[in-house]
Design a protein around this ligand. Structure first.
Ligand code: NAI
Length: 332
């Protein structure tokens, strides 16, 4: 029997890709625009699975309601699972599945886009030229060739990113709790986090958000970084203590900041707030810096990644329905 699946935080592109790939899977998909939280969890009545994204809140209370309403599977249509209380799901006997690798290239390439844009200021050049301003004043960048790049987390995304930066002729240092021998063979050198922070011209974060990595970049670690270094976060917002980063930008200690994720993003990202008064003072402060570039969690957003997300998520749901082993189950 096909599963009835409640989608939360549905965007037009989720619907388009899932409907296309569901033609063969044949599940019943109920698309809801609202995010999942304690108030909306009751909307799943009549469904057997929920499909959620990065900012849906799946805490113990939500999971309790989902269980009461008959939910048997939580399917994440993303890689990160920091927004799900895995222990609570387990206690209620609800498996959690995810899409572990839909396109590490998409995220790694967007990371490079942030670096190149911040460095060579193409976003400013684009606007200048459109206004007939052909001056190069204050558009000076630096050669990436020969610079030191520090990669924190060399899993699927971090290792692709490291390889791209090796291609630019950068010296690549890495920090991870598990070393990747293949990367060492390609020229990456693993060092302690403090050594990476002290040596890197560019620090890029690619580790998961968990109790060990929350605020990995804080006032103390920022002080250890090279004066004027660039910090890039395409991992999760809370890897960075945003207030400490603002202070480092104000003092000039941090030279550039590129963010695709933000600590308080669930109130802002994936929505059009252009006609409302944004209440988040911290993001407004960040937006005011000339050396800060923010994209709204779009690093994953390629045709290949969306196709893979839909295919693997639907396969995860079918595997559950047919009582096959769940290859992409979290925390097992
Ligand atoms: P992965 O699981 O392949 O790699 C994560 C790496 O981080 C592993 O090598 C792991 O050993 C390492 N790690 C774990 N704890 C660490 C610690 N305390 N310090 C240093 N390294 C540590 O994950 P993948 O696919 O590379 O994704 C990384 C993260 O990127 C995800 O957890 C997710 O939060 C984020 N992401 C962001 C996207 C976006 O659109 N901006 C899209 C996809 C993922």
């Amino acid at each position: 029997m096909p599963m009835t699946v409640a989608f939360f935080s549905t965007q037009s592109y989720d619907r388009a890709y899932f409907e296309r790939f569901n033609a063969s899977a044949g599940h019943r998909l109920l698309f809801l625009e609202t995010p999942l939280n304690e108030q909306t969890a009751t909307l799943v009545a009549g469904c057997e699975a929920v499909c959620i994204f990065v900012n849906d809140q799946c805490n113990a209370e939500v999971i309790k309601i989902l269980k009461e309403k008959g939910i048997r599977l939580i399917a994440l249509r993303c890689a990160g699972f920091n927004n799900v209380d895995i222990a609570a799901a387990k206690a209620h006997g609800i498996p959690v599945v995810r899409v572990p690798a839909y396109s590490p290239h998409a995220v790694a390439e967007h990371t490079v886009a942030l670096i190149l844009t911040l460095n060579r200021k193409t976003h400013k050049a684009y606007n200048r030229v459109r206004e007939g301003n052909f001056s190069l004043d204050r558009l000076t960048g630096f050669d990436l060739y020969g610079k030191t790049v520090g990669v924190v987390g060399t899993g699927k995304i971090g290792s692709v990113f490291a390889q791209i930066m090796l291609g630019f002729g950068c010296r690549v240092l890495a920090f991870d709790v598990q070393e990747n021998a293949a990367l060492v063979g390609e020229g990456v050198r693993y060092v302690a986090l403090d050594e990476l922070l002290a040596a890197a011209d560019i620090v890029s974060l690619h580790c998961p958000l968990n109790e060990h990595t929350r605020h990995l970049i804080n006032a103390g670690s920022l002080k250890k970084m090279k004066h004027g270094a660039m910090l890039i976060n395409t991992g999760r917002g809370a890897l960075i203590d945003t207030k400490a980063v603002v202070a480092a930008l104000k003092s000039g200690r941090l030279g550039h900041l590129g963010l695709d994720v933000y600590e308080q993003e669930e109130h802002l990202f994936f929505q059009d707030h252009s006609e409302t008064i944004i209440q988040d003072e911290l993001i407004l402060r960040l937006m005011s810096f000339p050396n800060v570039l923010i994209t709204a969690h779009q690093a994953f957003f390629t045709d290949e990644a969306l196709s893979e997300i839909a295919t693997v998520t639907l396969q995860n749901i079918t595997d559950f329905e047919k009582e096959r082993p769940l290859a992409n189950e979290v925390g097992m």
